[in-house]
Design a protein around this ligand. Structure first.
Ligand SMILES: [Zn+2]
Length: 358
Protein backbone atom coordinates (compact mmCIF):
# COMPACT_ATOMS: atom_id res chain seq x y z
CA UNK A 1 0.00 0.00 0.00
CA UNK A 2 2.97 2.30 0.50
CA UNK A 3 3.13 2.65 -3.26
CA UNK A 4 -0.28 4.24 -3.52
CA UNK A 5 -2.76 3.51 -6.30
CA UNK A 6 -5.84 1.34 -6.19
CA UNK A 7 -3.93 -1.82 -5.28
CA UNK A 8 -5.11 -3.48 -8.48
CA UNK A 9 -1.57 -4.66 -9.20
CA UNK A 10 -1.48 -6.10 -5.75
CA UNK A 11 -4.62 -8.15 -6.35
CA UNK A 12 -3.08 -9.51 -9.53
CA UNK A 13 0.07 -10.33 -7.57
CA UNK A 14 -1.97 -12.17 -4.94
CA UNK A 15 -3.64 -14.34 -7.58
CA UNK A 16 -0.32 -15.09 -9.22
CA UNK A 17 1.27 -15.95 -5.88
CA UNK A 18 -1.53 -18.43 -5.20
CA UNK A 19 -0.99 -20.06 -8.58
CA UNK A 20 2.79 -20.10 -8.08
CA UNK A 21 2.27 -22.01 -4.86
CA UNK A 22 1.39 -25.05 -7.00
CA UNK A 23 5.02 -25.26 -8.02
CA UNK A 24 6.04 -25.46 -4.36
CA UNK A 25 3.29 -27.98 -3.57
CA UNK A 26 4.39 -30.11 -6.50
CA UNK A 27 8.07 -30.37 -5.54
CA UNK A 28 7.43 -30.83 -1.82
CA UNK A 29 4.57 -33.32 -2.14
CA UNK A 30 6.20 -36.15 -4.06
CA UNK A 31 4.21 -38.86 -2.23
CA UNK A 32 0.82 -37.35 -2.89
CA UNK A 33 -1.48 -39.04 -5.38
CA UNK A 34 -2.17 -35.88 -7.43
CA UNK A 35 1.57 -35.28 -7.84
CA UNK A 36 1.98 -38.81 -9.19
CA UNK A 37 -0.88 -38.21 -11.64
CA UNK A 38 0.70 -34.95 -12.86
CA UNK A 39 4.06 -36.69 -13.25
CA UNK A 40 2.51 -39.43 -15.35
CA UNK A 41 1.02 -36.80 -17.68
CA UNK A 42 3.75 -34.14 -17.75
CA UNK A 43 6.97 -35.97 -16.83
CA UNK A 44 8.95 -36.11 -13.57
CA UNK A 45 9.43 -32.34 -13.48
CA UNK A 46 5.68 -31.77 -13.85
CA UNK A 47 6.36 -29.70 -16.98
CA UNK A 48 8.07 -26.94 -14.96
CA UNK A 49 11.53 -27.49 -16.40
CA UNK A 50 10.90 -28.78 -19.90
CA UNK A 51 9.18 -25.62 -21.00
CA UNK A 52 5.67 -25.61 -22.41
CA UNK A 53 6.76 -26.30 -25.94
CA UNK A 54 8.36 -29.67 -25.21
CA UNK A 55 6.05 -31.27 -22.74
CA UNK A 56 2.50 -30.11 -23.06
CA UNK A 57 1.83 -29.04 -26.63
CA UNK A 58 -1.80 -29.43 -27.40
CA UNK A 59 -2.83 -30.14 -23.81
CA UNK A 60 -5.36 -27.98 -22.11
CA UNK A 61 -6.62 -27.71 -18.59
CA UNK A 62 -5.85 -26.32 -15.19
CA UNK A 63 -2.28 -27.58 -14.98
CA UNK A 64 -1.42 -26.07 -18.32
CA UNK A 65 -2.65 -22.74 -16.98
CA UNK A 66 -0.35 -23.12 -13.96
CA UNK A 67 2.63 -23.96 -16.18
CA UNK A 68 1.91 -21.03 -18.47
CA UNK A 69 1.82 -18.51 -15.65
CA UNK A 70 4.91 -19.91 -13.91
CA UNK A 71 6.77 -19.87 -17.22
CA UNK A 72 5.69 -16.29 -17.87
CA UNK A 73 6.92 -15.11 -14.46
CA UNK A 74 10.28 -16.84 -15.00
CA UNK A 75 10.74 -15.64 -18.57
CA UNK A 76 9.92 -12.05 -17.70
CA UNK A 77 12.42 -12.23 -14.85
CA UNK A 78 9.71 -11.21 -12.37
CA UNK A 79 10.40 -14.30 -10.27
CA UNK A 80 13.62 -16.26 -10.50
CA UNK A 81 13.47 -19.90 -11.52
CA UNK A 82 15.67 -20.78 -8.57
CA UNK A 83 13.36 -19.19 -6.00
CA UNK A 84 12.43 -22.86 -5.52
CA UNK A 85 15.70 -24.74 -5.23
CA UNK A 86 17.13 -28.04 -4.18
CA UNK A 87 18.41 -28.22 -0.62
CA UNK A 88 21.08 -30.89 -0.46
CA UNK A 89 21.47 -32.71 2.86
CA UNK A 90 22.61 -36.33 2.37
CA UNK A 91 22.69 -35.91 -1.42
CA UNK A 92 20.86 -39.19 -2.04
CA UNK A 93 18.03 -37.79 -4.15
CA UNK A 94 19.63 -34.80 -5.90
CA UNK A 95 21.18 -35.37 -9.32
CA UNK A 96 24.75 -34.12 -9.26
CA UNK A 97 24.90 -32.83 -12.84
CA UNK A 98 21.39 -31.89 -13.88
CA UNK A 99 19.76 -30.46 -10.72
CA UNK A 100 20.45 -26.88 -9.68
CA UNK A 101 21.85 -27.31 -6.18
CA UNK A 102 25.16 -25.45 -5.94
CA UNK A 103 25.29 -22.04 -7.61
CA UNK A 104 22.71 -20.47 -9.91
CA UNK A 105 22.73 -23.08 -12.71
CA UNK A 106 23.25 -26.82 -13.03
CA UNK A 107 26.75 -28.28 -13.29
CA UNK A 108 25.67 -29.87 -16.56
CA UNK A 109 25.40 -26.41 -18.07
CA UNK A 110 28.14 -24.72 -16.13
CA UNK A 111 30.76 -27.42 -16.75
CA UNK A 112 29.58 -28.84 -20.06
CA UNK A 113 32.98 -30.32 -20.95
CA UNK A 114 33.16 -32.30 -17.74
CA UNK A 115 29.57 -33.41 -18.17
CA UNK A 116 30.48 -35.02 -21.49
CA UNK A 117 33.49 -36.71 -19.89
CA UNK A 118 31.82 -38.15 -16.79
CA UNK A 119 30.96 -41.85 -16.70
CA UNK A 120 27.97 -41.11 -14.47
CA UNK A 121 25.75 -38.39 -15.97
CA UNK A 122 22.67 -39.41 -13.98
CA UNK A 123 24.39 -39.98 -10.61
CA UNK A 124 23.17 -38.49 -7.32
CA UNK A 125 25.33 -36.09 -5.31
CA UNK A 126 26.11 -38.77 -2.70
CA UNK A 127 27.52 -41.09 -5.38
CA UNK A 128 30.36 -38.63 -5.97
CA UNK A 129 31.25 -38.39 -2.32
CA UNK A 130 33.95 -40.61 -0.89
CA UNK A 131 34.57 -39.98 2.81
CA UNK A 132 35.51 -36.34 3.10
CA UNK A 133 36.42 -35.82 -0.55
CA UNK A 134 34.80 -35.81 -3.97
CA UNK A 135 35.54 -38.49 -6.50
CA UNK A 136 34.94 -38.53 -10.24
CA UNK A 137 35.43 -41.04 -13.00
CA UNK A 138 35.98 -39.85 -16.55
CA UNK A 139 35.71 -41.49 -19.95
CA UNK A 140 39.21 -40.23 -20.61
CA UNK A 141 41.75 -38.45 -18.49
CA UNK A 142 41.14 -34.76 -17.79
CA UNK A 143 44.42 -33.19 -18.79
CA UNK A 144 45.22 -29.52 -19.29
CA UNK A 145 43.16 -26.99 -21.24
CA UNK A 146 39.57 -25.99 -20.66
CA UNK A 147 38.47 -29.29 -19.08
CA UNK A 148 41.14 -29.08 -16.39
CA UNK A 149 40.21 -25.46 -15.71
CA UNK A 150 36.57 -26.51 -15.32
CA UNK A 151 37.57 -29.30 -12.95
CA UNK A 152 39.50 -26.81 -10.82
CA UNK A 153 36.48 -24.51 -10.65
CA UNK A 154 34.15 -27.41 -9.82
CA UNK A 155 36.38 -28.60 -6.99
CA UNK A 156 36.65 -25.08 -5.68
CA UNK A 157 32.84 -24.78 -5.57
CA UNK A 158 32.48 -28.16 -3.86
CA UNK A 159 34.89 -27.22 -1.07
CA UNK A 160 32.10 -25.50 0.85
CA UNK A 161 29.54 -28.30 0.47
CA UNK A 162 28.79 -30.22 3.66
CA UNK A 163 26.57 -33.31 3.55
CA UNK A 164 24.30 -34.10 6.51
CA UNK A 165 22.35 -37.12 7.68
CA UNK A 166 18.87 -35.93 6.76
CA UNK A 167 17.14 -36.46 3.39
CA UNK A 168 17.38 -33.79 0.67
CA UNK A 169 14.57 -31.28 0.51
CA UNK A 170 13.53 -28.04 -1.15
CA UNK A 171 14.25 -24.50 -0.11
CA UNK A 172 12.27 -21.36 -0.79
CA UNK A 173 14.56 -18.56 -1.81
CA UNK A 174 12.55 -15.39 -1.03
CA UNK A 175 12.83 -15.56 2.76
CA UNK A 176 15.09 -17.10 5.37
CA UNK A 177 12.66 -19.60 6.79
CA UNK A 178 12.82 -21.89 3.74
CA UNK A 179 9.03 -22.19 3.80
CA UNK A 180 6.89 -20.94 0.93
CA UNK A 181 4.81 -17.88 1.75
CA UNK A 182 2.11 -16.44 -0.49
CA UNK A 183 2.56 -13.06 1.19
CA UNK A 184 6.26 -13.02 0.30
CA UNK A 185 5.58 -13.77 -3.35
CA UNK A 186 2.86 -11.16 -3.49
CA UNK A 187 5.12 -8.47 -2.00
CA UNK A 188 7.95 -9.48 -4.27
CA UNK A 189 5.77 -9.29 -7.40
CA UNK A 190 4.50 -5.88 -6.31
CA UNK A 191 8.04 -4.64 -5.69
CA UNK A 192 9.08 -5.80 -9.14
CA UNK A 193 6.20 -4.11 -10.89
CA UNK A 194 5.07 -1.01 -9.06
CA UNK A 195 7.52 1.85 -9.25
CA UNK A 196 8.57 3.17 -5.86
CA UNK A 197 7.46 6.75 -5.29
CA UNK A 198 10.93 8.31 -5.07
CA UNK A 199 12.69 6.36 -7.82
CA UNK A 200 14.20 8.53 -10.54
CA UNK A 201 12.95 7.89 -14.04
CA UNK A 202 15.15 5.52 -15.97
CA UNK A 203 14.87 7.57 -19.11
CA UNK A 204 17.64 9.79 -20.32
CA UNK A 205 16.62 12.59 -22.67
CA UNK A 206 20.19 12.82 -23.97
CA UNK A 207 20.11 9.31 -25.39
CA UNK A 208 18.39 7.60 -28.32
CA UNK A 209 15.29 5.53 -27.60
CA UNK A 210 17.06 2.24 -28.31
CA UNK A 211 19.54 2.83 -25.48
CA UNK A 212 16.76 3.79 -23.09
CA UNK A 213 14.88 0.62 -23.95
CA UNK A 214 18.08 -1.33 -23.48
CA UNK A 215 18.49 0.13 -19.97
CA UNK A 216 14.92 -0.73 -19.13
CA UNK A 217 15.64 -4.34 -20.12
CA UNK A 218 18.78 -4.29 -17.98
CA UNK A 219 16.76 -3.07 -15.00
CA UNK A 220 14.39 -6.01 -15.42
CA UNK A 221 17.22 -8.48 -16.13
CA UNK A 222 15.68 -9.27 -19.51
CA UNK A 223 18.81 -9.34 -21.63
CA UNK A 224 19.55 -12.68 -23.31
CA UNK A 225 22.73 -13.36 -21.35
CA UNK A 226 23.83 -16.98 -21.42
CA UNK A 227 22.80 -17.42 -17.80
CA UNK A 228 19.29 -16.13 -18.58
CA UNK A 229 18.96 -18.31 -21.69
CA UNK A 230 19.93 -21.47 -19.82
CA UNK A 231 17.56 -20.69 -16.97
CA UNK A 232 14.80 -20.49 -19.61
CA UNK A 233 15.60 -24.07 -20.60
CA UNK A 234 17.51 -23.22 -23.79
CA UNK A 235 20.39 -25.60 -24.40
CA UNK A 236 23.71 -23.83 -24.98
CA UNK A 237 27.16 -25.24 -25.61
CA UNK A 238 28.60 -23.03 -22.91
CA UNK A 239 27.42 -20.56 -20.28
CA UNK A 240 30.80 -18.90 -19.99
CA UNK A 241 31.23 -15.20 -20.71
CA UNK A 242 32.06 -14.74 -24.44
CA UNK A 243 34.53 -11.98 -23.57
CA UNK A 244 36.74 -13.55 -20.89
CA UNK A 245 35.63 -17.22 -21.13
CA UNK A 246 36.25 -17.54 -17.40
CA UNK A 247 33.02 -16.93 -15.53
CA UNK A 248 29.33 -17.66 -16.01
CA UNK A 249 27.82 -14.91 -18.13
CA UNK A 250 25.26 -13.19 -15.95
CA UNK A 251 24.05 -9.64 -16.42
CA UNK A 252 26.17 -8.37 -13.54
CA UNK A 253 29.22 -10.13 -14.92
CA UNK A 254 29.03 -8.86 -18.48
CA UNK A 255 28.21 -5.26 -17.56
CA UNK A 256 30.28 -4.78 -14.40
CA UNK A 257 32.49 -7.63 -13.25
CA UNK A 258 34.13 -8.89 -16.45
CA UNK A 259 37.67 -7.58 -16.84
CA UNK A 260 36.82 -5.45 -19.90
CA UNK A 261 33.83 -3.92 -18.16
CA UNK A 262 35.79 -3.33 -14.97
CA UNK A 263 38.58 -1.56 -16.87
CA UNK A 264 36.19 0.63 -18.88
CA UNK A 265 34.21 1.78 -15.84
CA UNK A 266 37.52 2.87 -14.33
CA UNK A 267 38.52 4.76 -17.48
CA UNK A 268 35.19 6.51 -17.77
CA UNK A 269 35.37 7.67 -14.16
CA UNK A 270 38.77 9.22 -14.94
CA UNK A 271 37.55 10.92 -18.12
CA UNK A 272 34.53 12.34 -16.36
CA UNK A 273 36.71 13.38 -13.47
CA UNK A 274 34.17 11.80 -11.16
CA UNK A 275 34.48 9.60 -8.15
CA UNK A 276 32.63 6.43 -9.10
CA UNK A 277 32.53 3.46 -6.75
CA UNK A 278 33.12 -0.01 -8.18
CA UNK A 279 29.67 -1.10 -9.30
CA UNK A 280 28.61 -4.70 -8.92
CA UNK A 281 25.07 -4.50 -10.23
CA UNK A 282 22.67 -2.22 -12.03
CA UNK A 283 20.95 -1.45 -8.72
CA UNK A 284 24.17 0.14 -7.47
CA UNK A 285 24.53 2.30 -10.60
CA UNK A 286 20.95 3.39 -10.22
CA UNK A 287 21.49 4.29 -6.56
CA UNK A 288 24.66 6.20 -7.31
CA UNK A 289 23.02 8.23 -10.11
CA UNK A 290 20.13 8.93 -7.78
CA UNK A 291 22.57 10.40 -5.25
CA UNK A 292 24.18 12.81 -7.74
CA UNK A 293 23.55 16.49 -7.51
CA UNK A 294 20.88 17.88 -9.82
CA UNK A 295 22.79 21.18 -10.10
CA UNK A 296 24.08 21.93 -13.62
CA UNK A 297 22.41 18.78 -14.96
CA UNK A 298 25.15 16.70 -13.34
CA UNK A 299 22.81 13.83 -12.60
CA UNK A 300 21.44 13.71 -16.16
CA UNK A 301 24.98 13.76 -17.57
CA UNK A 302 26.25 10.97 -15.37
CA UNK A 303 23.12 8.98 -16.15
CA UNK A 304 23.74 9.34 -19.89
CA UNK A 305 27.39 8.36 -19.51
CA UNK A 306 26.64 5.25 -17.41
CA UNK A 307 23.83 4.09 -19.68
CA UNK A 308 25.96 4.57 -22.80
CA UNK A 309 28.80 2.60 -21.26
CA UNK A 310 26.48 -0.31 -20.46
CA UNK A 311 25.17 -0.20 -24.03
CA UNK A 312 28.67 -0.23 -25.49
CA UNK A 313 29.67 -3.18 -23.30
CA UNK A 314 26.64 -5.11 -24.45
CA UNK A 315 27.35 -4.32 -28.12
CA UNK A 316 30.94 -5.41 -27.61
CA UNK A 317 29.72 -8.66 -26.06
CA UNK A 318 27.39 -9.28 -29.04
CA UNK A 319 30.34 -8.67 -31.33
CA UNK A 320 32.34 -11.28 -29.45
CA UNK A 321 29.54 -13.84 -29.80
CA UNK A 322 29.66 -13.20 -33.55
CA UNK A 323 33.41 -13.67 -33.60
CA UNK A 324 33.16 -16.96 -31.71
CA UNK A 325 30.55 -18.19 -34.20
CA UNK A 326 32.85 -17.35 -37.15
CA UNK A 327 36.01 -18.74 -35.68
CA UNK A 328 37.93 -18.92 -38.93
CA UNK A 329 37.50 -15.21 -39.55
CA UNK A 330 39.97 -13.75 -37.14
CA UNK A 331 39.91 -10.38 -38.87
CA UNK A 332 36.32 -10.12 -37.69
CA UNK A 333 37.64 -9.80 -34.16
CA UNK A 334 40.12 -7.07 -34.99
CA UNK A 335 37.55 -5.16 -37.02
CA UNK A 336 34.90 -5.36 -34.36
CA UNK A 337 37.12 -4.40 -31.47
CA UNK A 338 38.52 -1.44 -33.40
CA UNK A 339 35.09 -0.19 -34.41
CA UNK A 340 33.78 -0.54 -30.91
CA UNK A 341 36.70 0.97 -29.10
CA UNK A 342 37.03 3.94 -31.47
CA UNK A 343 33.27 4.45 -31.54
CA UNK A 344 33.17 4.25 -27.79
CA UNK A 345 35.97 6.74 -27.19
CA UNK A 346 34.55 9.26 -29.66
CA UNK A 347 31.00 8.76 -28.41
CA UNK A 348 31.74 9.12 -24.72
CA UNK A 349 34.14 12.06 -25.12
CA UNK A 350 31.62 13.91 -27.27
CA UNK A 351 28.92 13.24 -24.79
CA UNK A 352 31.03 14.58 -21.96
CA UNK A 353 31.97 17.71 -23.96
CA UNK A 354 28.34 18.45 -24.79
CA UNK A 355 27.38 17.73 -21.19
CA UNK A 356 29.99 20.02 -19.69
CA UNK A 357 28.98 22.87 -21.98
CA UNK A 358 25.28 22.43 -21.11
ZN1 LIG B 1 33.76 -12.09 -18.66
Amino acid sequence: MDKGGLAVGSLLALNQALVYKWRWRFVTGSNRLWVKVIKSCYGVDGGFLGGLANSVTGRTGVWRGVLKLVDRLHTAGTLSRDSVRRQVNNGASTRFWSDVWCGPISFQHRFSRLFHLTTNQEGMVSEFRNGQSWQFQWNREVRGGASAAQLDQLQHLLEDVVLRDTPDGWAWGLNDSSEFSVADVRNHLDDMRLPAGNAPTLWSRFLPIKINIFVWRVALNRLPTRCNLVSKGIDLETVLCPVCQMEVESLAHILFQCEVAFALWGRVATWCDAYMPVFDSFGEVHQWIDGQSTVNFRRSKMEAVCFTLMWVLWMFRNGMVLVIRNQNKIYCLIQLSLIHIIGFVIGIKKLIEIGMRG
